[in-house]
Design a binder for this molecule. Sequence first.
Ligand code: PMP
Length: 360
Amino acid sequence: MSVYNFCAGPATLPPDVMKKAQAEFLNWQDMGVSVMEISHRSEPFLAVAAQSEARLRRLMNIPDDYAVLFMHGGGRGQFSAVPLNLHVEGKAAVYCNSGVWSQGALDEANKFIETVNINVRKDTATGFDVTPASDWNLPLDASYVHYCPNETIDGVELFDVPKHPTAPIVADMSSNILSREIDVSAFDLIYAGAQKNIGPSGLTIVIIKKSLLERKGLPRPGILDYSLEHKQGSMFNTPPTFAWYLANEVFAWLEAQGGVKAMEAINKQKAELLYDFIDQSGFYSNKVAKHCRSLMNVPFWLNNEKLNDLFLSQANQAGLLALEGHRSVGGMRASIYNALPLEGVQALVDFMAVFAKENG
Ligand code: PMP
């Protein structure tokens, strides 16, 4: 039986990558040791670091005036790093609030700096909705503008990018990086925890316009200091080397699949299959307005919530894992990141159809 893992993160990784990692686990590059047992400053590891950056630059078409950092601390580490590095004396930072994770970023920033909270959600009694970024009313005087293009828990994705005449645009792409083509130059800082579309948890990607590295910000820990990490090649302290090595392998896998453009086409097919099925089922529902439905995280509810436990246990038996919704919202959630194949979504839809028939 095939097993498909719909966990929101840490999430499923490409089987080919896992097999390669397994094959070279004890003996990497014929060195007789694992990649996780060698110095991060050794030639072979520095080659991994350089190769992964080059691959990510190619995959995302990252312009030369952007630095790429491989940091620690996940998305929440960046919730602190962003205000600490980008603060400008006398200016507030603008946080556009579209759900649980943008609220989390705002709460963390409030510990350090003055912020302005712009609510961009416009939920109705029955559904979730977000105002398109082109309609956001952003204050002119801002140190930066932060938003979350894909709210992992709410299943809400923003497909347009906010614009500001002076303030840098900062995006938390933890759950949608590399899922579709974006124009990196529309952003000034992109960050993402690795554990969804990139690799194991512990690694965090930061793509930052080099001119922003000059900002004085606030006193901060060295491991959260962008400028220091840039000068040190992301090795101010010992980086999460095994996660970094695996990320490099995932980038290679993505290139072999045809890159982000090819992934986007499959991701759209996967999402359409699942949303269309849910919408026409009469048994399940998704509460998100169509224009902002996430391609990566699909929350859904059984109309009869008393069947939730039965649904989850039967799904588990059918090899469809981790479908329980986030504890804060309940229901179900299928995370369908790059490494979750179309066949996995088809298997889920087939299972959901049978379950509805048997219990409707
Ligand atoms: N931002 C987003 C959009 C997320 O989905 C998550 C985690 N699910 C985080 C931030 C927090 O990431 P971490 O647990 O790596 O700190």
